[in-house]
Structure formats: C-alpha cells, structure tokens
Design a protein around this ligand. Structure first.
Ligand code: ADP
Ligand code: ZN
Ligand code: ZN
Length: 839
C-alpha cells in the first residue's frame, strides 16, 4: 500500500499501452477505462482488485473486467494507482454473472459489485499521524505538554500511529484536541491511510525457544537456574505438561495459547521475564473465526420413497438442468439433498445450498455439519464483514467445496459449481427489495448454474406457482414426495369460526373456545404449542373510541404499530417512534384503545388464559441479536417453553418432536391482502406452519380461526390439494395477465414533493407508452403505501409478453428514458426505482 501515491505516477512509455475496463462500486451505467502502468502489466488480469482515482477526490477499489489496448476516446485514461491482489478475487464467470444481473434487473454493474463483494474486500481509509520531518524539538518555540511528549516519543520509534493507538498509549478516550495542538505546533502530519477492511483473526501464542525444546540437558540446567523462581518454574512445568516436547520436539511448533497460562492463574509478568531471558518466545498466528468441526461418519439410509425420488431425480437430470422437488413437509428432502451433494462433491464439483434464513434452520445446518464437517462453509446474513471475507477466501482456496448460505451467497467466487439446491424455493425472502440489485436469488441462481453447467434442484412442500408452472410445461423436471418420513401422518385440521363464538360470548381475549380447549389438552399432555400471527408488536394500531382517530407516521403513509414494551407506537417502514398519547389529540377523549392482534398482545393473552404455561415469543423484536433465534429455539427444543407465539419465522423449518398443536389466530388477515399472490402465499403459509405439527409418532392438530370458514382455499389446504388450488388460481392469473403468463416490471417514482413525484411519474409513464413492444401499462398510481420516509411514491407497472425479446427491448429503452428523466430540469431530486419481477 506504500506505493499508493508513489511509483504509480512514474512516467509511461506511450507505445504499446495497456488499458483496463474497471467496474467501480458506484451507481453509474458504464465501466471506466484506466491505463495499466508498465510496472503492473505483468501482475494483473481480469478479476483483480485495483485502486484507482475516481473523480477528483475519491480513491476507490475497482475490479478489472477486461484488459485491452484501446484508449478511451472521450477522456484521457488515468493510471491504475495500485494492485491489491496477487491472484484474481473475482473470476470471469462471476463477471459474466454480474453483467447479466445488471441487465436483467435494470441496475448498474457497480451496484451488483457492491452487493456481491463483502465490504471487507473493499477499501477503507484511516487517519494516521507521523512525525513532521522538518520538526526539531530543540528549535521549536512551542513547549509540549506531557501527553504530547508521549506521542512524539512513540513516533520516534514507530513510523506512524492511528488515532486508536494514540488513545491506548495515553489511556484516554478522545485525543482530537491533542492531535490538533500537535498539528499547530508543527510537530506532526496527519494523513489518510488506505487499507483493506478485512483483518484476519490472530491469536497470541507462546513456545519454547531453541535449544530447550530438543535438548534435554539444556532444559535440565534451565530448571536448576530457576530453582528459586517458583512462578517461572510453574509456567515451564505447565508448558511441558501440555506439550511434552522432549519426546516430540516438532510439537513445539504449534506452541500454546497464552490464555492457557493466564487461565491457570499464572502471572503475565513471569511469562514476560521468560520471554526476555530467551526461554520462551511469543508469536502470532492467523486462526479461523469459525469452529473447526469434523464430520461424524453419518450413515444415511433412505426410505423406499426417498430412494425412488433420488433415482427419479438422477434420471430426469439426464435431460433437464433444473428440477422441482415437491416434497410435503416432513418428507425428508434433506436426506435426499445429502446424497446428491455427496455425489457432486465426489466428482470434484462445488455445491451451493441456498436457504431463506440460516438462523431459522439450525437443525438442518447441524445435520449437514455432521455429514460434511469443515468442508462446508456457512454464509449467514448476520455475519460480520470479517466472517464474510473468511467464507469468500475459503471458497477461493478450496477449503469450502460446499456452501450453505442465504441469498447473497450466490455471489461467492465459485469456479466449478456442479449442483445448486434452493430449499424452500417459494420463500419470499429470496427476493432482495432494497437496495439494487433487486434480484430474486432463486431465479438468478439458475443463470449462475447455467454459466457453470450445473444442475439445480428447487425444493419445497408448497412450490411457487412460477416453478410449478415451469415443471408442468416441462421446462423443469418434477419429482413428488407425498409421504412423510417414518410414516408420520399429516396433521388434522379444524376450522374455528370467530364470529360464531363472538355471538355466543365464547371468544376470550381473541381465542375461540375450541382453540382454548385444544391448547389446554396439549399442555396437559406435556406437549408443545405453536401460535402463528403474522404481525409483530402489540396491536396493528391504536384508535380513538369516540372519534375514530388513528395515529399515523409523520414520515410515511401508514398507521403506527402499538408496542406495549416501552408504551410506544412505531413505524415499521422507517423506524419512527412516539409515546402513546394520554388523550386523543383530535377530540380530547381518553378512550384510546388497541385494535387488532400483534404477537406481543397474543403473548400477553396466553399468559392470562394459561397462567401455568411458559409462554415465549419469536419475532423480529425478540431475535435482533446474532444468536437470538438460536437461544429461543434451544429453549423450545429443551422443553423450557410450552407455547411459542411467532410471526412467519415459526413457519420455516422448525422440526420439534413435541409440537402437536399449531394455532393460526387470524387466517383472514393473510388471505385478504391486496396482491395477486395473496392466495398463493396464504396456502403456503398455512401449510408450512401446519407442517410443524406432529412430525414424529404423534399426529398433530391445526386449528384455524377465521371469520369466513367456507372459503374454498381452506378445503384445499386441509386436503393438501395443491394442484387444484393452483389450477384455479392460475385461471385467474391468465385471465388478468399476471405472472407467470407475463413479466412484470414495476417503476416507482419518488420525490419529497408529491406534485413533482406525480408529474414525473406521468411524464415517464407517457414516454414508456411509446416504447414499441407488446405490453400493458398500468398507472401511475399512488403506491400501496403512498409515502415512505417523506418521499411520495407513484408506481407504474408494465406487463410484458414473455416470448420474444419484448422484455429486453423494453428494459433497454427504459434505461434511456430514465437517463433522460434524471437530466430533466423539472424533475430534479426525483428517484426512479425499477423492480423487475416485483413481489
Ligand atoms: P422436510 O425438509 O422435507 O420437511 P426433513 O428433511 O426435515 O423434512 O425430515 C423430516 C424428519 O425426518 C427429520 O427429523 C429427519 O431427520 C427425519 N428423516 C428424514 N429422512 C430420514 C432418513 N432417511 N433417516 C432418518 N431420519 C430421516
Ligand atoms: Zn378522538
Ligand atoms: Zn414511517
């Protein structure tokens, strides 16, 4: 990094110049061409990270996408300042994948790069200080105070210091004032040091110096010398106890963690003395942030059904690259995956298994860990930058040939994928909403697999309609597993009419009589209950009983959710919060009441209805910490919780033997949502949460509370009639032009002034109307939520023909229109957001 502003500026030979097109992590529609200085020409290639100057002031990390000899016409190419890598961080397949993603999802390749590279692989800068070379303390007219002296002394022996190092030196928190004073006294210079963010984890180790670890005589005489120094003697004895080096000197190389001694109560100062006297030496090693775990020789015996499914998958893979594995909840898809993963790894390929959320599927992760041990890398959404970089490097180095990860793991540097599995492929969390690229990992990974010529399995108990459609039209293979593993039976459903109970005064704290009785029965049998309500907080909103006033967010067009914890009302869109008012600000009435059901309120009601039961809640609010989920799941698994209330988090992958009752409190809320996927999602959510019940010997029960028990969807969920439900919904989608029959592109226009937002949206809409492709254009209309974070939102939808190149043409033209709009003086400050295949 020293060469950053040094030899990179060395004069160039004008002949035979090499240039590089570089992807920059900025939202700009093109790549930039830079000159490759002679001295770097041999050490770079595609996929190397380089440092370049961007604009006047910025220095950024970019990635080389192409090397060529054409100088750019419109501008003079600046030189690459430095090269960060000694081997390519990103491979050519990844760059192809990024280019495709930017095109398909209508965003800039720099945005893709930003999403793809863990920020630990990008640069950061840190302020550092160094001694001013022209400073002479004897000549200086300014006297230094004691603290300033300390810093200057340190700088005499160390070339540079970071602010943190100065703080440690002085043992104080803020040193801005001291630095300022030293600058004024012309004693130091401050500069920005550009550095990689990633810092490997290091451990301090201690080992015996030569000759002691190989020469028993030297060791004996050492002990004689230490005869009256018991503390040092004790440390040596401990060392020899842990590493009997006189028998195997080579073991000494590993050394010991310093903590071994300090944990045993030995003093650091005696260790220091031994180091000073050349008996011990201290050194640092890089260690993994992840625990090393070995595979434990798990024998896998598939059931007849599983084995048949496996054979069918293999046969169909001879003709098809993508296959839908439709296996009901508890059918044991994981074991089939394990077989296929093993075979792919044995043939030398890499494997990627996508999961919607790692923390929620701990049993699956630990199952796979047992089989695959340390060759399996995990890519968690809550990982730190450093942990992400470690997984990235593990894939690069070949340490991880198999990765299980959340949606962003599709960007890892695979170079020979053979198999991709997308588990729970119907899950909406595969879609990235914000920021760009707004990709759907399940769809994007198919392109990745195609680039690698890999096979893909999409697995689900309730497939997305898109995937099911593709299997029915023979684009994908299809394998159906319709039996639960081990002969466990599917749960029994019962509908419970909320309105009937209400009329008869049998509804207590929102629980029907049937629901209460079943919960009590389950508790009596010492079994566990899951209660599902897809709304966090205490109540969706507060309302005035007298005038109907409902508090709304100041920045968004939504009502505030009431959270009893802290007596607060919070906006789930922007995070705004406010205390609950004592009286209604509109009419002064004191009758403000909570309306509707959130998980907090249900938790409270359950504690009142079943005072002896241990109730817990699992939602975004109780699982914010890194291991929040895990702790709750462990408690639940250990039987320390009787009733677990939760949002859609509890619908995913939970596999607990003692869960025999699942309650759905308000099925109508899931069904009546203004979206063409509402029915599909309701079917999926109800089936998935119901699938948590009775997964072993005991049959489970599912109680669904609803105000409209006679809807067809209930019958279809109960009989597991996915196909008929699908056919019926598909007829609607075909009639009204919805996916998978058309492609939808959503274009949102946002501005802090609603008139400008509307005007810009209309203008753009008209321009889009002129694009010469077969299409249906809807809007522009105020968004479903008309204002978020003080930005007014208007939306247009384009429905495009799937065949031919209507899509590609429309997207291409749209990019041009957006540039035009951005430059339009009437629409300054307008943001346009394009979402391809929106959810
Ligand atoms: P799914 O993901 O299809 O809902 P799982 O893979 O979680 O189902 O399997 C359901 C349960 O059955 C799990 O507890 C799993 O350990 C068990 N199981 C499935 N297949 C086997 C098998 N071949 N041998 C032993 N246990 C199995
Ligand atoms: Zn009021
Ligand atoms: Zn808000």
């Amino acid at each position: 990094m020293e060469s950053l502003f040094g030899d990179a500026y060395a004069p160039q030979d004008s002949k035979s110049n090499l240039y590089a097109d570089i992807i920059m992590p900025v939202p700009i529609p093109k790549m930039f061409t830079y000159k490759i200085p002679r001295n770097f020409a041999d050490e770079i290639g595609i996929g190397y990270r380089v440092i370049v100057q961007f604009g006047l002031k910025k220095v950024l990390t970019g990635i080389i996408a192409k090397v060529h000899q054409k100088a750019p016409k419109e501008y003079e190419a600046k030189p690459i300042l430095d090269v960060l890598d000694t081997f390519a961080t990103v491979n050519p397949l990844q760059i192809k994948f990024w280019v495709w993603m930017a095109e398909y999802y209508c965003c800039h390749i720099g945005e893709v790069m930003n999403a793809a590279l863990p920020s630990g692989l990008k640069l950061s800068s840190q302020s550092k200080i160094q001694l001013n070379p022209s400073y002479d303390s004897d000549q200086s007219p300014y006297p230094l105070d004691a603290r300033e002296e300390i810093i200057l002394q340190a700088l005499a022996s160390k070339k540079e210091l970071s602010y943190e190092e100065c703080e440690d030196l002085l043992g104080i928190k803020s040193i801005q004032g001291i630095i300022k004073s030293l600058i004024i006294k012309e004693a130091i210079l401050v500069f920005e040091k550009v550095m990689e963010k990633y810092s490997p984890k290091v451990e301090s180790r201690i080992r015996l110096c030569p000759p002691y670890f190989s020469d028993i005589k030297a060791l004996e005489s050492l002990f004689k010398e230490l005869a009256n120094k018991p503390k040092q003697e004790e440390i040596l004895l401990k060392y020899l106890q842990e590493i009997p080096i006189y028998q195997k000197p080579e073991l000494n190389i590993k050394g010991l963690d310093k903590k071994v001694f300090t944990d045993a109560g030995m003093t650091g100062s005696s260790i220091k003395t031994l180091i000073k006297n050349g008996v011990l030496e201290e050194y640092k090693i890089i260690i993994s942030r992840f625990e090393e775990m070995n595979a434990t020789e798990e024998k896998i015996i598939l059931s007849t059904e599983q084995d048949e499914a496996l054979q069918q998958i293999k046969t169909q893979f001879e003709e098809k690259n993508t296959l839908l594995l439709h296996g009901i909840t508890g059918s044991g898809k994981t074991e089939i995956y394990i077989q296929l993963i093993n075979e792919a790894l044995d043939s030398g390929s890499q494997v990627l298994l996508l999961l919607p959320e790692i923390a929620l599927t701990t049993h699956m992760v630990s199952r796979l860990r047992k089989v695959f041990g340390s060759k399996m890398g995990v890519y968690h959404s809550k990982y730190s930058d450093n942990e992400r970089v470690e997984v990235w490097n593990g894939v690069l180095s070949g340490k991880f040939s198999f990765v299980i990860g959340v949606r962003s793991s599709i960007f890892l540097p695979f170079d020979s994928l053979g198999l991709v599995i997308v588990d729970e492929e119907h899950e909406s969390s595969y879609k990235q909403y914000d920021p760009a690229p707004r990709f759907q990992a399940r769809d994007a990974v198919l392109m990745l697999a195609w680039l690698h010529q890999a096979k893909t399995i999409l697995g689900s108990a309730t497939p997305s309609f898109e995937s099911y459609y593709n299997s029915r039209t023979k684009k994908y293979g299809y394998v159906f597993l319709d039996k639960r593993y081990g002969g466990a039976s599917l749960p029994q459903y019962q509908l419970s009419d909320i309105l009937v109970d209400k009329k008869k005064n049998l509804l207590k704290l929102d629980f029907t009589r049937l629901m209460r009785e079943k919960i009590q029965e389950t508790l009596n049998k010492q079994e566990q209950v899951l209660i599902f309500q897809n709304r966090r907080g205490y109540a969706p909103y507060i309302a005035c009983d007298d005038c109907g006033w409902i508090p709304e967010c100041e920045h968004c067009d939504v009502s505030l959710t009431y959270h009893q914890f802290g007596e607060e009302m919070r906006c789930h869109y922007c995070g705004f919060k406010e205390k609950v008012p004592r009286v209604c600000p509109a009419c002064g009435s004191g009758k403000l009441g909570a309306v509707g059901l959130g998980t907090e309120r249900i938790e409270e009601s359950l504690s009142l209805l079943f005072p002896e039961a241990r109730v817990a809640r699992m939602d975004l609010d109780t699982t914010r910490s890194k291991y929040g989920y895990q702790r709750l799941l462990e408690e639940f698994g250990a039987g320390n919780i009787d009733i677990l209330v939760g949002t859609q988090m509890i619908t995913k992958g939970l596999d607990f033997e003692k869960v025999t009752l699942v309650g759905i409190l308000d099925a109508d809320r899931i069904l009546f949502f203004p979206d063409f996927r509402a029915g599909e999602r309701a079917f999926q959510q109800i089936t998935q949460v119901a699938g948590r019940a009775g997964r072993r010997e005991k049959q489970g029960t599912v109680i669904i509370q609803t105000r409209k028990p006679d809807q067809a969807i209930f019958g279809q969920v109960i009989s597991g009639d996915y196909k008929n439900f699908y056919l019926q919904e598909m007829a609607e989608r075909q009639r009204f032009f919805y996916p998978p029959f058309v492609k939808i592109i959503k274009i949102s226009t946002r501005h802090k002034d609603y008139k400008t937002a509307e005007k810009a949206a209309r203008h753009l809409h008209n321009l889009m109307g002129d694009i010469q492709v077969k299409k249906i254009l809807l809007g522009p209309e105020k968004g479903l939520v008309g204002k978020i974070k003080n930005q007014y939102i208007y939306e247009s939808f384009a429905k495009l023909d799937k065949s031919g190149n209507a899509q590609a043409h429309f997207k291409h033209e749209l990019q041009g229109l957006l540039m035009e709009m951005q430059a339009h003086k009437d629409f300054r400050g307008t943001r346009f957001v394009v979402d391809v295949d929106p959810y």
